[in-house]
Design a binder for this molecule. Structure first.
Ligand code: NAD
Length: 472
């Protein structure tokens, strides 16, 4: 099948590469010329495990190419998958890219004599595909839906950091379709994916994506709120609490294997990336518009906004930050990707700099992108984690890259001016670090002077000074 991919960012490029890998003839379209040139040279412009090799192979074998000429690519294909961005513009979802893609496709369809299916893969609110996308294509093509063209909404569920494996072995393929013919055509696109395939209405497909993302975002904010409560209770640590919760057989199978959702039931620095923050905000906005309750979504976003700053608060409890050299390990919003969008590193670096710190950052793959990013212009860049730690007064761990897990307690002691680690991801064993003389502070551990030691006999809550009690 001949497939055109409109918009070749993370989703478009991974979809294009994997569909070419499974035998389709794929052409990517993007408005960014340098990106198109990179793809045609077999160079992946984003970092994802397994992407570079597959892309190179597909380009060499002639199954994948890229172009800026949307019209001729659409004319020469059977199906167009729309993978353009749908960012949040502050007041709601920005549909500029969706509208320009629909205009281009509609214009091309005017001169096309064979049947064509357009599938929206971008995340859009319910009603968008059937509304603005359909209307734009109809007005630009001069043809009503069904007149040699069909419309689908086919949400993407891949996780950055696992994008290639998620695309090749998805949990499900959801196809919202305008009619049976369009649905059959899209099922043909995914014939190699061995998973349940759910055909729905266009609006249901759109809503499935929002509910899925909101569920995981809610689990993350819930986990962070629980960890923040743990932090106030003497003798409790959130890591052990979660381990105990995870052992429920509904979360961890009797053989010991945890369900995938458990990865969202863990405290840290909150969710980032290009999806959860904007998608939860968009659903919250829709709920408000509908007059439906959006209290949970509101709380999820509020908890998430403050979570990264907890790391800076922890550091501040140990030292006056002004004038200090602080190493920040990890800039990507999660390991396995170089994506900096909504990364907790951004508010952390900003808060440290506002407090007068000299920030030195490191990330194993996101450094080239960080060097061009406005959030890191005042920071210094270290070639590796050991250079970042050299003579630092403190270290903030943002991204749980495997290579950071290999840093030994003695490395912190040998390299840092003062071995103080503020660990946003629970990467290190506090006892091991403490034994070597490293001060470790982490989210979810009682550390404040005021900690709750248990209810008093009269039922009132007794909050006492932990250090005083320990001294007695
Ligand atoms: P992105 O910003 O990385 O990529 C979008 C691409 O579209 C850019 O390269 C841009 O130049 C191109 N573009 C914009 N207008 C165009 C036009 N008219 N013609 C051709 N190209 C055009 O976005 P992304 O992260 O790949 O996300 C795409 C969509 O998929 C979004 O709606 C997002 O919410 C959704 N999504 C993203 C992920 C993810 O992990 N990134 C996962 C699931 C779903």
């Amino acid at each position: 099948m001949k497939i055109s991919i409109i918009g070749t960012g993370y989703v478009g490029l991974v979809s294009a590469t994997c569909l070419a890998d499974s035998g389709h003839a794929v052409t990517c379209v993007d408005v960014r010329r340098e990106l198109v040139a990179d793809i045609n040279k077999g160079r992946a412009p984003v970092f994802e495990k397994g992407l570079q090799e597959r892309l190179q192979d597909a380009v060499l074998n002639g199954r994948l190419k890229a172009s800026t000429d949307l019209r001729s690519v659409v004319l020469d294909s059977d199906v167009s998958l729309v993978c353009v961005g749908t960012p949040n513009n502050g007041s709601g979802m920005d549909l500029t890219q969706i509208v320009s893609a629909a205009e281009g496709i509609g214009g091309a369809l005017r001169g096309k004599s064979t049947y064509h299916v357009i599938a929206v893969r971008s995340t859009v609110l319910p009603g968008t595909t059937e509304g603005i996308v359909k209307d734009t294509i109809e007005s630009q093509s001069g043809r009503t839906l069904g007149d040699k063209w069909g419309l689908c909404m086919n949400p993407e569920f891949l996780r950055e950091g696992h994008a290639v494996e998620d695309f090749l072995c998805p949990d499900r393929v959801v196809i919202g379709a305008s009619d049976d013919r369009a649905a059959r055509m899209l099922l043909e696109v995914y014939r190699h994916q061995n998973c349940p395939k759910l055909v729905t209405s266009l609006r249901t497909a759109e809503m499935i994506k929002y509910v899925a993302n909101s569920l995981f975002a809610t689990m993350i904010s819930f986990s962070n709120e629980m960890a923040n409560i743990c932090e106030g209770i003497s003798g409790v640590n959130a890591q052990d609490v979660w381990r105990g919760v995870h052992l429920d057989r509904r979360l961890t199978f009797p053989g010991g294997q945890a369900a995938g959702m458990v990865e969202y039931l863990w405290h840290g620095l909150g969710f980032g990336g290009s999806c959860f923050p904007k998608d939860v905000a968009a659903l919250r906005g829709l709920a408000k518009q509908l007059g439906a309750s959006n209290r949970i979504l509101e709380a999820v976003l509020e908890t998430n906004a403050i979570q990264p700053l907890k790391l800076v608060n922890l550091l501040e409890q140990e030292m006056a930050i002004s004038g200090k050299k602080i190493a920040v390990l990890g800039l990507a919003f999660k390991p396995g990707t170089d994506d900096l969008r909504e990364s907790p590193a951004i508010p952390v670096v900003d808060a440290l700099e506002r407090r007068g710190a000299h920030v030195i950052v490191h990330d194993p793959v996101a450094m080239p992108k960080a060097q061009d990013h406005s959030a890191f212009q005042r920071a210094s860049f270290a070639a590796d984690w050991s250079s970042a730690l050299k003579d630092a007064d403190g270290c903030c761990v943002i991204t749980s890259w495997d290579e950071y897990k290999l840093i030994r307690p003695e490395d912190f002691v040998a390299l840092m001016k003062r071995p103080l680690v503020v660990d946003g991801r629970g990467l290190f064993d506090p006892k091991l670090l403490a034994n070597s003389g490293v001060v470790w502070r982490g989210i979810g551990y009682a550390h404040d002077k005021r900690t709750f030691r248990g209810p008093s006999p009269l039922g009132s809550q007794e909050v006492s000074d932990k250090r005083q009690h320990e001294a007695v």
